[in-house]
Design a protein around this ligand. Sequence first.
Ligand code: AMP
Length: 215
Amino acid sequence: MRIILLGAPGAGKGTVAKLLEEFDGSVQISTGDILRSAVKEETTLGKKAKDYMDRGDLVPDSLIMEIMEARLKEPDCQKGFILDGFPRTIAQAEELKKLLGRLGVSLDFVANLEVPREIILERLTTRRTCCNPSCQAIYNLKNNPPRQDGTCLLCDHETIQRDDETVEAINNRLEIYNQKTAPLIGYYEKEGLLKNFLSLVADDTVSEIKKAISA
Ligand code: AMP
């Protein structure tokens, strides 16, 4: 499959993407995960991105497009890809359209994950992420906790609350989502690519997306 997962921070894009990967071998491409690894490893990209990320601001489009161009050309994307957290602005969507044209591939659809704001706030403040850059498993203290000592069930590393998951940064991220990313809903509706999914339980959302892919 070749899809974009659109939705506010905390809408469950990462969880849904990981479950969809198991379906047909398509790869999850999360710009957030790529950037967090780069920050941890203190690469040039990571140094440029860190301050924006800590504030919950968007990283400049030019940096994001460099990452995406390189990533989409990697061989594992041949089977398909699930874009998670990209595009985040109309400018990125326009650049993606050109890039996919150059690569000779087209999107199946854009899945817009809809979740009420109260649920989003609760999910973000109770979220914990594995600190191992090559794992980054996501947990939730309420319904999918890590081990009691806070370690990851998959790789035994510590799980942490991300710097951008303080209440202040979360409010900023939601504000930026409304200003810069939500307009993509109208953009992809015009392109005839938008499908809306109420995303309360990840497994249900995944089943609905699989049905839409197989239709
Ligand atoms: P995420 O894990 O998708 O919520 O991303 C975490 C942070 O990485 C965001 O708050 C942004 O600072 C940055 N980021 C991730 N994807 C993008 C993108 N497509 N455009 C700009 N910034 C991004």
